[in-house]
Design a protein around this ligand. Structure first.
Ligand code: MN
Length: 291
């Protein structure tokens, strides 16, 4: 498997001041990760020039992600809220480009949070339309978009890979990929292999997270099957470790992800362990698969 291995910035820092981004990027490089995933929930909070320089200095590649909120949800039926969401996504594409990223993924299609009911047809239609336009802007900026299915408590629009594929087809865009996450798959997909193989070469980004989002291997997820499935489809795009603890808090992201408990307090120890775990699973999957 040739995937680059990444780590989510929330393993290191809860914000993105110059000192925080330096710490996150330097720590990522120190452990030998190829890539850092930088959250762009509020693109204006990221100084792209500073971040680009720090990435260059440390030789780390960026990926970017975000989830929309209640006030900028493009799956809303309120045109003003939808317009705010479209503006956020345009800003995020620009910041992603300016820091040198070629990927923007996550819950780009709805609010990240628990909805009181199922989506409306109009709201879902708004989301498809906006993302079709954002995909064009992204293409001009050299950016691939990824739609991340999340569990039912974090969106009512896309909870599975199959739903993501159908949604992407509706946009008609050829630069939107599926972004799977083992933490969410563990809740919504009964069959990991079928979910991964169902996406095939349209799988463009992959999050590794435990069932409780702590140390890999200390939860209930069957990573052996998952990595063998990735090897089977010839997956060579990034594999990024995602973990959250109350030890590192982003006021905006941590609360919507319901990060209440302290599953670790030493990000470096956690990330060192995760990289070794992922590399071992990649090795086993490759050796154990005849292609
Ligand atoms: Mn994720």
């Amino acid at each position: 498997m040739k995937s680059k291995i990444g780590v989510h910035a929330l393993v290191w820092v809860g914000g993105w001041s110059e000192a925080e981004s330096e710490k996150a990027i330097a720590s990522t490089a120190e452990l030998g990760y190829d890539l850092i995933e930088i959250p762009l929930l509020d693109p204006a909070n990221v100084d792209a020039a500073v971040t680009a320089r720090q990435l260059e200095t440390h030789g780390v590649r960026p990926a970017t992600s975000l989830g929309l909120g209640a006030d900028n949800d493009i799956s809303s039926t309120d045109p003003e809220i939808v317009a705010r969401g479209e503006a956020t996504l345009h800003d995020a594409v620009r910041v992603a480009r300016d820091i040198g990223a070629t990927y923007l993924g996550g819950v780009l299609y709805s609010m990240l949070g628990k909805y009181p009911g199922p989506p409306t047809e109009v709201g879902r239609g708004n989301s498809v339309e906006v993302l079709a336009r954002i995909a064009e802007t992204a293409k001009a900026a050299g950016i691939t978009l990824g739609l991340e299915p999340v569990n039912r408590y974090e969106s009512n629009i896309i909870n599975t890979g199959a739903q993501a594929l159908a949604f992407i087809d509706e946009t008609g865009a050829d630069n939107i990929v599926v972004h799977l996450d083992t933490y969410h798959m563990n809740i919504e997909d009964g069959d990991f292999a079928a979910a991964i193989e169902g996406c095939g070469d349209r799988l463009g980004y992959f999050h590794i997270g435990e069932s409780h989002r702590g140390y890999l291997g200390t939860g209930t997820i069957d990573f052996r099957t998952i990595f063998r499935s990735l090897a089977k489809i010839g997956y060579d795009k990034p594999i990024t470790f995602e973990s959250f603890s109350s030890a590192v808090v982003d006021p905006k992201l941590s609360n919507v992800l319901a990060v209440w408990r302290n599953l670790w307090d030493d990000g470096a120890d956690l990330a060192r362990h995760a990289k070794a775990f992922i590399e071992n699973e990649m090795f086993v999957a490759t050796k154990g698969t005849s292609r």
